[in-house]
Design a protein around this ligand. Structure first.
Ligand code: A3P
Length: 290
């Protein structure tokens, strides 16, 4: 059938999560028991903000630009999701220094992080493009409830009735760490505008000294095309019952400003009003298109 099986979210401390990859136990473990190591690097994002892109950049930097690892090991094993049931199993085989993915909001993040020297890279993307990307992704990922029509989904997104909760709360929560030495943030739009310059900044934050050839290789192997073609990064190894890419690609468009093809003027103005209200105390600036 062309309809996805409905997924029933449960709430953990007021935030929606999707079984069976997330359980109250896996989230409690992630929050309260998981042991952060000082040389861990966390790739933290709200969904659809460039997680897989940053994951690939980190995989390549780890190996001085050598793409072998990124081309031979699925990305979810290179950089597991520490809050999921599967990820917590996969974590056991990861050798330090670890790179770890998370979509958790700041208030649910591993408590042991906050007394560690581990680092966080937080990637954000303009929320209109996030919503468009999530709208399509919700039609192919079994864990997410179908997004229905764009009009319906707009309200659901603005209310934060999606997995991991409100985009606004996620961004405001994490951006409280701005200025701390183990916190680095970058936007999807900056990556898109200047991938090489972004990679150089990321290396600097990580204290990694890569030569120009290595940097070039990181860049070449983390373009949209490279990721879309890399079997270990394009999720084609997942069963269609989990992610059905016959209904749309994970690497869908990879551009900034696609929201203009989806929002009506009225919807965009409505979004802007909610944005202004919710983000008034947060001075983060986005490129809304590039
Ligand atoms: P679109 O749906 O707008 O194409 P995440 O990894 O957080 O789920 O984010 C997925 C989004 O990032 C998708 O956006 C995907 O195409 C985009 N993306 C991933 N790698 C990219 C790259 N190298 N360049 C540009 N966009 C990329």
């Amino acid at each position: 059938s062309s309809y996805k099986m409905p997924s029933q979210y449960f709430q953990y401390k007021g935030i929606n999560f999707s079984p069976p990859s997330y359980t109250p136990e896996s989230l409690n473990f992630a929050e309260n028991e998981f042991q952060v190591l000082d040389d861990d690097v966390y790739n933290v994002t709200y969904p659809k903000s460039g997680t897989s892109w940053m994951l690939e950049i980190l995989s390549l930097i780890r190996n001085n630009g050598d793409p072998t690892w990124a081309r031979t090991v699925p990305n979810w094993l290179r950089c597991p999701w520490y809050e999921t049931v599967e990820g917590q199993e996969q974590m056991k085989d990861v050798e330090p220094p670890r790179a770890i993915c998370s979509h958790l909001p700041h208030q649910l993040f591993a408590k042991s992080f906050f007394s560690s020297k581990a680092k966080i890279i937080y990637t954000l993307r303009n929320p209109k493009d996030v919503m468009v990307s999530l709208f399509y992704f919700s039609k192919i990922l079994c864990l997410y409830q179908d997004s229905g029509t764009f009009e319906e989904y707009l309200e659901i997104f603005l209310k934060g009735e999606v997995p991991y909760g409100s985009w606004f709360d996620h961004v405001k929560g994490w951006m409280k760490m701005k200025g701390q030495s183990n916190f680095f943030y970058i936007t999807y739009e900056e990556l898109l505008k200047d991938l090489r310059g972004s990679v150089v900044r990321i290396c600097k934050f990580l204290g990694r000294d890569l030569d120009d050839t290595a940097i070039d290789s990181v860049v070449e192997n983390s373009t949209f095309k490279a990721l879309k073609e890399n079997t270990m990064s394009n999720y084609s190894l997942l069963p269609t019952s989990f992610m059905d890419q016959t209904k749309g690609s994970f690497y869908r468009k990879g551009v900034s400003g696609d929201w203009k093809n989806h929002f009506t003027v009225a919807q965009s103005e409505h979004f802007d009003r909610v944005y202004q209200e919710k983000m008034k105390d947060c001075d983060i600036k986005f490129f809304w298109e590039i």
